[in-house]
Ligand binder design. Structure first.
Ligand SMILES: [Fe+2]
Ligand SMILES: [Fe+2]
Length: 232
């Protein structure tokens, strides 16, 4: 960052950002999605920052990516569809008001605007690649609440069955591993049916970071077992 301004801290205490994240959570709760509030925003910000730092990127790159991570889903406050582009436009205005250098603002909004694979999103740069990996890896029972009406829904079942998720970074071998601990409440088949496309995007994103992406479920290398590793 230029100067000593702590833009991440500034964004986290910004009432507009706070209001947009609250609205994002409420809108997606209403639509039955998993939780997209402050916990998800902080998880993506913190883990994206850690990923880039551990892979040797600069503190500034990690900080900008963390800001993108914190704000990446704010577009859902308006609508889930096209939320990446909407969120980028919202972030452009808010970030511009902080005095952040324009080139940094543009880097962040480009990252936000390309994080959603359902809206033509791609890992267009290292920031976006790291954010996409972390965002897709946030699978955990804390993100959903289970009730009778949802007990047979594979998406809820998989999240509910995931007791632990950890992103492990082997900096020497340059391997990024999502290690999941799942109980028997959901099957691997159900998980891959929902997430295989997202894990393939994680593989593509890892390549941008000159890494390999692996998925371990209860210690088993799932991507090689299922053949997903061959896909581009
Ligand atoms: Fe998103
Ligand atoms: Fe997200």
């Amino acid at each position: 960052m230029e100067g000593k301004a702590d833009y991440l801290k500034m964004i986290k205490s910004n009432p507009k950002v706070e209001g947009l994240i609250i609205a994002t959570k409420e809108n997606l709760d209403f639509r039955g999605f998993n939780a997209h509030g402050f916990t998800h925003a902080n998880f993506v910000a913190n883990e994206t920052k850690r990923l880039l730092l551990e892979l040797g990127y600069t503190a500034k790159a990690a900080e900008l990516a963390a800001i993108a991570g914190y704000m990446h889903d704010i577009g859902c406050s308006i609508n889930r569809e096209k939320h990446a582009a909407i969120g980028a436009a919202l972030a452009f205005q808010i970030l511009s008001e902080t005095g952040m250098p324009v080139k940094d603002v543009i880097r962040i909004v480009s990252t936000i605007g390309n994080h959603d694979e359902n809206a033509d999103g791609l890992p267009i740069n290292e920031y976006c690649a790291a954010l996409i990996i972390v965002d897709k890896c946030d699978i955990h029972r804390s993100r959903i609440y289970m009730d009778e009406a949802r007990k047979d829904n594979p998406h809820y079942k998989v999240n509910f069955a995931t007791e632990k998720r950890e992103i492990v970074i082997d900096t020497k071998k340059r391997v990024i591993t999502l290690a999941l601990t799942m109980n028997s409440k959901a099957s691997l088949f159900e998980m891959m049916e929902i997430y295989s496309g997202r894990f393939q995007l994680c593989q593509t994103s890892a390549k941008m970071l000159k890494c390999e992406f692996k998925l371990l479920v209860n210690g088993i290398d799932i991507m090689s077992v299922t053949g997903c590793r061959r896909a581009e």
